[in-house]
Design a protein. Sequence first.
Length: 176
Amino acid sequence: MDLDGVLVNWHKGACHALGVPYPHEFVFQRDWICSVSGMPIGTVLTKLDSTPDFWSKLEPTLTAANLVRYLDTNFPDWGILTSATHNSASWAGKAEWVKTHLGTKGLHRLTICCGNKARFVSPSALLIDDTHKIVRDWLNGGGLAYHWIEYSDDQSALLQRQFESLTQYLDTFREN
Ligand SMILES: [Mg+2]
């Protein structure tokens, strides 16, 4: 399970930190923040890393709690796989976010990597991620994947429908 864009409302926090208006009915795409802020992704991430408590104070997405509850109930060995920048503020902030929202138990689920998530792929590993390229690389590496769409806050009906679609798909992997 990915953090940013799936469990964490990254774009909302990024918009706030960068002074960009948050679009309330929207489907976020990779690099959208670069085009609206006029900054390359490296500059965006450097600014976010230097924003105090940026990574730890991001809001959960509207479906995060239900997703976690579903996974805890049905797939107790599920894990979090998130990519961080090379700045320790990002690593520490993500760990703090997980501890705050998922407790110490959540920290045991957490894997933080820099860059290529596909190095963690295995034939039975199913990744839920909002970044198309990561999903494609995961599938090409031989794993299973679900491409989560990052809707903005005001699209709660679409988010809920997506949550139901995902859990229906995951139900097919349950043993009973
Ligand atoms: Mg993501």
